[in-house]
Design a protein around this ligand. Structure first.
Ligand code: UDP
Length: 376
């Protein structure tokens, strides 16, 4: 038996972890030898806590209820990460897992990886190797440090593998050999693609509102945009302009972004709705005519649904989408946002390119998680 302690805390992590939890359950019913079974303990840090940012994902995606809920949220990054570190350490001492599984790039990811590494518990990082090369971003700090202290690195793309190798995380055994044969780094594909493929059929329209046809789907939550008054004001002006002159802009607004827009007294005149569940988000992606976002995950989901994406950031970790012409980076420049949205509106993208694996990332992760433990 291998005991895995999974750490989640934020919306995209619930989606990613749901796929691996399913794969673990499938693994456990297909094995003949019970020593190969995986016992998963789920820890929710509480980083995202609103019902429509957390519970709805557990319900829709049928994620097992967290065994441990820390209820830690808000405050500055250092304090939040520090509180999580102390509490996760206690949970690890109590549950004594053989492995800790962390996802993505949030404070929960870093706190989980650091607590485990300090206790010499091997850490597996899902979405390893992604880089924006902008160390001003809290997410970049979390990613770089988490990768540095992780023992198993599950990469979604070839570029992610190259980034890790450039950082000296692992040198290929032999230059001629594919880098995926190295010991610590595994190319598994993207668990978010697994999720989009699996749940696309369950997409359903948001209940609370009647949505217009031909809309631009927008999300906005990155600290680099929401915490910079000038950038936030530019984005709000650009969204208003597009809403009045191009097509209705539908914005399921992150609670933190909503607060900051209100605090700055900005007048957002687009179709603002509350954050939606995953099935509703898939419906919005399927029915929109353009995606305009600063999210990481939504950039890829636009591609999965064959929609062009305009990204309101200066860098992206998903550079293959920019190279493939599916995504354009425009930063927070009002004129660039408006111009790019006009050019890409209604443009369809060929999503048959295999940029993110074959939809089996979660299965590959479970297969690669070391099977026997010293306690067996
Ligand atoms: N998402 C959602 N409802 C929303 C907005 C986003 O279900 O109202 C999903 C989205 O489809 C994607 C994930 O949340 O799967 C991305 O989360 P977010 O943009 O918060 O984080 P990031 O990907 O930037 O880390």
């Amino acid at each position: 038996m291998c005991k895995i302690l999974t750490i989640v805390g934020a919306r995209p992590q619930f989606i990613k972890a749901s796929m691996v939890s399913r794969a673990i359950a499938e693994h456990n019913v297909t094995i003949n030898d019970q020593r190969l079974a995986i016992d998963e303990v789920i820890l929710h840090t509480g980083q995202h806590f609103d019902a429509n940012m957390s519970d709805i994902f557990f319900n829709q995606l049928n994620i097992p209820r967290p065994d441990i809920h820390l209820d830690i949220h808000g405050g500055n990054h250092g304090a939040m990460t520090g509180y999580m570190l102390a509490e996760i350490e206690q949970a690890l001492l109590e549950h004594k897992p053989d492995r800790v599984l962390v996802y993505g790039d949030t404070n929960s990811t870093l706190a989980g990886a650091l607590a485990a590494a300090k206790l010499h518990i091997p850490v597996a990082h899902v979405e390893a190797g992604l880089r924006s090369f902008n160390m001003q971003m809290p997410e970049e700090i979390n990613r770089v440090l988490t990768d540095r202290i992780s023992d198993i690195l599950f990469c979604p793309t070839e570029i992610a593998i190259k980034n890790l190798i450039k950082e000296g995380v692992e040198t290929p055994k032999n230059d001629q050999q594919s880098t995926i044969n190295t010991q610590r780094i595994f190319l598994v594909g993207d668990v978010m693609q697994d999720a989009a493929l699996l749940f696309a059929k369950q997409a359903c329209a948001p209940q609370e509102v009647l949505l217009p046809e031909g809309f631009v789907l927008t999300t906005l939550h990155r600290a680099e945009n929401t915490d910079c008054p000038e950038r936030l004001a530019n984005i709000v002006t650009a969204l208003n302009q597009l809403h009045h002159t191009l097509a209705p802009v539908v914005l399921p607004l992150h609670p933190r972004a909503r607060q900051l827009i209100a605090k700055q007294g900005l007048n957002l005149q687009v179709h603002v709705i509350n954050p939606v569940g995953y099935f509703e988000m898939l419906w919005l992606l399927d029915h929109c005519d353009l995606v305009l976002t600063d999210s990481g995950g939504v950039q890829k989901e636009a591609f999965f649904f064959g929609k062009a994406c305009v990204t309101m950031r200066d860098q992206t970790e998903w550079v293959e989408l920019v190279e493939a012409g599916a995504n354009e980076l425009v930063g927070a420049d009002e004129a660039k946002i408006v111009d790019a949205a006009r050019r890409h509106y209604g443009r369809r993208i060929d999503s048959s390119l295999r940029l993110y694996g074959a939809g089996e990332a979660a299965k590959l992760i479970v297969r690669k998680l070391p099977k026997y433990t010293t306690s067996d």
